[in-house]
Each structure stands twice: as structure tokens, then as C-alpha cells.
Ligand binder design. Structure first.
Ligand code: PMP
Length: 385
């Protein structure tokens, strides 16, 4: 059995799905210039956020001890949900133990054999898994193709439909056309589920892309968020109308059958949400740093924190990431099967707490790589996912 496991790990390492464990791995945080993680606003180490987590542990203990529907619902969950509503402008919120589970929960609750799910081809793995688990008929449309969404809605035979997109996409860093999609969904009587994992705290002065598009009050627009990126904590949530929340409480299986979100994570995320709402300059600083990073690297700027540098092959991407690592800079190295378009790339993430010197240092290394390795965008270098 152990031999079989070792051989499987070897294959996975070769395909780049896991890193081989080497002595001294992982690199101590802080020792490297981190352009790979998702702490977009630097809030995971903000003293107000960490103090809120410590206080919640002392008050409630280290775990929630039960499912929300048994006796795991704590005041800190209600406070978090209230803060998320205030931040996004959406009527109601329900917290989950992760963004992944929030997506499983919402699509499980809205989907089923009578609901057509229309997924953008670049949506996150959690949404793909959620669609599969929901036992719904599924149509995948080419990335960003609003016309194909309209055709799928118009020609559907199912009474219900959900269009599933991300507000800002996680690998390429581009955004969805929320205004057009919401109008289409209203016309064809469908839900629009927007995964704001990379939009919350980033777009719309931190309130998210749905808020920025003026769609926060729209009854047919549903948001899912993670608390683990700009909010610097852990967990997830679904936001929508009160009726939707009620439906989720009664039908979302990860919510009903999983232990409630840990109190420390809930309190930290609630504090982070309050800070983001009170201090829009934080999201402004992130946007400024992302623009500076893209400009200094000589690449096209993506609207969010994630900036994407295409590489001509998976090998180039791995070598470039290793060179950067040796020079003290950590970047995301994405290659098939975890790139939706089959193009290997470095994913460079800006944060609000990066200094101009740090941006300058990283860009000094990245700029020649972006220039030298500029990939032909028509040339796919892998199989995609
Ligand atoms: N949706 C998207 C778009 C994501 O990028 C992620 C995290 N990578 C998730 C959902 C899952 O969130 P979590 O890490 O909180 O499970």
C-alpha cells in the first residue's frame, strides 16, 4: 500500500500538482518577498484582526463544537454575517467553514435536476465540484462569452437556471461583465451567482464588484465569498435575500452537516470586514500597488490584485519561479491542469502593504522574464482543465 501511495505522489510531483518535500521547506514566512499568497490587504497580521481572534478564542473556546443547526451558532457568527452585509450592501449573509463549502452549499441548494447551471469555463474548481454534486444539468460557456450565456438561457428546457461566474478570475485576473449578465438573468428569470473570492476587499473600494456594479440589492444576484483572502482569516459566506438565507439554512448540506466556522476565524473576518468598510483607502492602496507592479513589469494590468505573466511552457514557468525564489521572491507558478486556458503563467499578487522598494525589486526580476518569455497568446502549452 505504501509503495502505491509513494508512486502516486511521485506522479503528482512530476505533474506539478504537489511540491516535493525538501529539507528546509516550506520557506519561513517573512524571509521571502511574498507575491504568491492572497492576503491582499495585509489584514491577516493586522493587530486589530489578530486581537479579535484571540479574544474570540478566550470567550468561546477554540472550536464551535457543533453544527450551526444544533448548538454551534454563536454570537460571533451573527456579528460576522452582519458585518458582511454592511460591507457588501446585501440584505442577508450565511457563514460557512470555507469558501469551497459555501460554493458547494449554494449550488447544492439552488441546483437539482430542474435547474440548468450555466458555468463560465474559467470558474474555480469548487464551483465545478459544486455543479457536479448538485446533480444539475450543466452547460459550460466559453470564458466571458455573454452571448453564449444568453443562448443557453433562451434555449433551456429546465424551469430554473443559475449563471455562475467569478467577479475577478483567480488565475488570469480578469473580470466578468456583471452588468450585462445581471440584466440577462433578470430577463430570463434566472439567478446570477457571483463568486467574489477575489473581488471582496479589492474591487469597488473594498465592497466588491457586485456593489460597484450597483447590483447589491438585486434579488436575483447571489454572492459567495471566501474569508481567507482580503479578509485575512478563514471561512466563507453566501450573501443574498433573507428568503435565500432561510432556504440555505434548511438545505445547504455543508452548513447543516459540518461543524460551524471556528469562532477565532469568524471574529477575525468580522473585524477585517469592518476595517475594509471603514478604511476604503486600504483597497485604494492595493489598487495603486497592483497598477505600479504591472507598469514596472511591463505587463497589461488586470483589474484586481492578481497580475498574470504568460509563459511559453510549463518548464519555463517552473524555471522562472525557481529563479525568482532563489532571488528571494515567491510567486504563483500555474500550469496545466490548474490553468483554465492551458497557458502556463506566473501569477504575481499585489498587496496593500507592499512598499515601492519591494515592488521595484520584484519588478526588476520579473520585467525581463515577461519580455523574454512573452507567449504567443494563440499558442496553448498544455491541456487546460
Ligand atoms: N472560489 C474561488 C474563486 C477561489 O479562488 C477560492 C480559493 N482559492 C475559493 C472559492 C475557495 O475558498 P476557500 O479557500 O475559502 O475554500
Amino acid at each position: 500500500m505504501e509503495t502505491w501511495l509513494a508512486s502516486r505522489d511521485h506522479v503528482r510531483q512530476r505533474r506539478g500538482l504537489v511540491r516535493a518535500a525538501t529539507p528546509g521547506d516550506p520557506v519561513a514566512p517573512g524571509a521571502m518577498l511574498d507575491l504568491a499568497s492572497n492576503d491582499y490587504l495585509g489584514l491577516s497580521r493586522d493587530p486589530r484582526v489578530t486581537a479579535a481572534a484571540v479574544d474570540a478564542v478566550q470567550r468561546y473556546g477554540s472550536g464551535a463544537r457543533a453544527s450551526r443547526v444544533v448548538n454551534g451558532t454563536l454570537a460571533v457568527h451573527a456579528a460576522l454575517e452582519e458585518q458582511l452585509c454592511q460591507l457588501t450592501g446585501v440584505e442577508s449573509a450565511l457563514a460557512f467553514s470555507s469558501g469551497y463549502l459555501a460554493n458547494l452549499g449554494v449550488l447544492g441548494a439552488l441546483g437539482g435536476p430542474g435547474t440548468l447551471l450555466i458555468l463560465d469555463a474559467h470558474v474555480h474548481a469548487s464551483l465545478l465540484d459544486a455543479a457536479r454534486l448538485s446533480r444539475s444539468p450543466v452547460v459550460m460557456v466559453p470564458h466571458g462569452d455573454v452571448g453564449q450565456v444568453a443562448t443557453a438561457l433562451n434555449t433551456r428546457s429546465q424551469p430554473r437556471a443559475v449563471v455562475v461566474v467569478e467577479s475577478l478570475y483567480s488565475v488570469l485576473g480578469d473580470g466578468a461583465n456583471l452588468t450585462e449578465l445581471a440584466a440577462l438573468c433578470a430577463y430570463y428569470d434566472a439567478w446570477l451567482l457571483v463568486d467574489e473570492a477575489h473581488g471582496i476587499g479589492v474591487a469597488g473600494a473594498g465592497r466588491g464588484a457586485v456593489h460597484a456594479a450597483g447590483l447589491a440589492g438585486a434579488g436575483h444576484v447571489v454572492l459567495s465569498v471566501t474569508l481567507s483572502k482580503a479578509l485575512g482569516a478563514q471561512g466563507g459566506a453566501v450573501l443574498g435575500s433573507r428568503a435565500l438565507r432561510e432556504h440555505l439554512v434548511n438545505t445547504a448540506r455543508p452548513f447543516i452537516f459540518g461543524t460551524a466556522l471556528a469562532p477565532a476565524a469568524a471574529a477575525a473576518a468580522a473585524m477585517a470586514a469592518q476595517i475594509i468598510a471603514d478604511e476604503p483607502a486600504l483597497a485604494g492602496q492595493l489598487q495603486e500597488n497592483a497598477a505600479t507592479l504591472a507598469r514596472l513589469c511591463g505587463i497589461e494590468r488586470s483589474p484586481g490584485a492578481v497580475q498574470s505573466i504568460p509563459m511559453p511552457s510549463a518548464d519555463h514557468a517552473v524555471k522562472a519561479a525557481a529563479t525568482l525564489r532563489a532571488a528571494g521572491v515567491l510567486v504563483g507558478c500555474f500550469r496545466p491542469p490548474s490553468v483554465p486556458d492551458g497557458v502556463s503563467r506566473l501569477r504575481v499578487t499585489a498587496r496593500a502593504d507592499l512598499t515601492l522598494q519591494e515592488l521595484d525589486y520584484a519588478a526588476g526580476l520579473l520585467r525581463p522574464m515577461a519580455r523574454e518569455h512573452r507567449a504567443d497568446p494563440s499558442e496553448h502549452n498544455g491541456s487546460g482543465r
